[in-house]
Design a protein around this ligand. Sequence first.
Ligand code: ADP
Ligand code: MG
Length: 224
Amino acid sequence: MSNVVEAIDVNKYFREPVEFHVLKDINLTIESGEFVSIIGPSGSGKSTLLYVLSSLDRDYEGSVHIDGTELKTLTNHKLSTLRNKSIGFIFQFHYLLSDFTALDNVMLPGLKLGELSHEELEEKAMEKLDLLGIADQAGKKINLMSGGQQQRVSVARALINEPRIIFCDEPTGNLDSENASIVFDMLKKLTRSFDQTILMVTHDDTYSSKTDRQIRMLDGRIEK
Ligand code: ADP
Ligand code: MG
């Protein structure tokens, strides 16, 4: 199956504070190697859709498949393996451990997966930091790094287990324009040079227009 992500007839409701139909009849497929952006006005359901597609939120109707597996059929154990192994996450706020070094942060999802030795992981983490142009910062604590460097660390962290797909929610949203274009160019390079699949929420047209395809959300629906 060359579809990395497939959503079929997905609907989602928030029950609180009042019932709210947040995702309406969502059907989509993302193919291997595609760089796709999700765009649309604030409140249109972009983040909610990303959380559903990326397995972080399994409270929906319909079905969502990653690599052919329906997420709701997975046990918690299998779900956590899928997340560690096949999925990378990048958010607007990086959620790095600020008291730890860049290298430790990048290695962490690899340690969780537990497939490589500490030594092998360290080597791999250095390779990812190098790819992001910050190998010289490996030993630095996160709270001593600039916002742009921190977000590059979070991209390296998302890559450590060489996931099939990376989900990003406003990855450039918290950065000045120079760092935003550095991070965006890195993501684009990943899809071009390594056939990485990326699904990115952004409200910034400068970047969405440079992706392979735009999915436009409006009021919980994908606009045709
Ligand atoms: P976007 O990312 O496009 O700005 P969101 O997916 O964050 O939109 O939100 C879509 C809508 O769902 C918004 O109206 C928001 O207020 C509402 N919403 C988001 N999260 C929750 C929640 N946990 N409970 C209730 N409503 C929510
Ligand atoms: Mg959002």
